[in-house]
Design a protein around this ligand. Sequence first.
Ligand SMILES: O=C(O)C1=C[C@@H](OP(=O)(O)O)[C@@H](O)[C@H](O)C1
Ligand SMILES: C=C(OP(=O)(O)O)C(=O)O
Length: 441
Amino acid sequence: MPRGALCDSGGVPEENAWTAPVALDKIDATVRVPGSKSITNRAYVLAALSAEPTLVRDPLDSRDARLMLGALAALGAESEHTARGVRVGPFRLDQAGEPAETSIALGNAGTVARFTPPLAALGSRTVHFDGDEAIRRRPVAPLLSALSALGADIDDDGRGAPPFTVRGHGGLRGGPVELDSSASSQFLSSLLLAGPAFAEGITVRLTGTVPSEPHIAMTIDMLRRFGADPERDGTTFHVPARTLSLGEYVVEPDLSTAAPFVVAPLLTGGTVRISGWPSTSTQPGAWLRELATDLGAEVTLDSGGLTVTGSGPIQGQLLDLHEVGELTPVLAALLCFAEGPSVLSGVAHLRGHETDRLAALARELTALGGNVTETEDGLRIEPSPLHGGLFHTYDDHRLVMAGAVLGLRVAGVRVENPATVGKTFPGFVEAWQSMLSGRDR
Ligand SMILES: O=C(O)C1=C[C@@H](OP(=O)(O)O)[C@@H](O)[C@H](O)C1
Ligand SMILES: C=C(OP(=O)(O)O)C(=O)O
């Protein structure tokens, strides 16, 4: 993947930086993290495609989730916040009497930019897609090409990123298509999620390797729960046309958002309990349980949640993160404190995430005294003492979380623009401070 661009934080003044608290003692806290972004936004899309309204319970309420609801509303699927959750859909395909054109605000939400274009092609309006400066650098070309091959009418400016326009003509033929989903698993998830609504369903044959496999498993699992019949045969995926219906969907806590809390006791000693941790999950963050154990923590999972107790130093690691790329920023921060060198690999596609995460992490960790270099597909981290300073976050929620992890052991880490964490966890700073003050949330 070509080198990405580092996004700036839109002129957020440095005095808004948050000084990440140092852990003065062993931690002892119980933490509740919000609903999974990936599950929430898939549930909203599948609800919009269902024949009846769906109540999505315990959903994430954050910038990305609201952008998804806004996109679905623009496409004709209304939602309502109720005391029991968010009731969504169904999507009205008959859009007679609606304005002929509408716009979708993408913010910097990959799930909105990748999951909603097929829905626009199913409708009958002209839909313009655009968002933050950063989303204009995130790839969509393979998805738009596949949709065009399936019969969609799409205009873009040839850069392979937003903005673009989809002209709906009241449905999509679907059928067989080839897809290169190596830059983002979200291209494949997008086609599979909408597949049941295509006249001929969809058969996708992948031409490259796909990152973030757990997110593909999540897509398949959620399609099944909503009544679809997806099948996978190696690199070929088939989703027949189906009418979807479920009624109610309960969202799991976000295990990637949990990552900084899981690794905290490895750096401070003591115990963190993450309530509501599911006994099985398709989320990539489920792997943190195994990783924390390998790093020497005592880890137990019971009906109360996941309990992680840290003890002693951590060793350097060789980790292929191709399947769990979104965990990279927090793990890179953690491994700056390891006793030996670490190599994180398999994550070249992170150059097309919220920012070029490999460049951002190498630059910011080095600026605080770390010895971190970019490789072709990851990062090499050598032990080196860290010091305080401004930690730029490039409008990336997971860099805010990484900065918080550094601050546990290093005084004076000032995390730039902490509010950008609201993409997935608006209450992150408060939850982090409560964890350190021993006040349970
Ligand atoms: O489908 C999803 O919900 C996601 C897939 C992954 O994207 P990539 O495959 O582009 O890394 C992940 O990093 C992102 O945070 C969420
Ligand atoms: C890559 C991420 O987000 P998005 O859904 O915008 O792709 C992420 O949350 O780490």
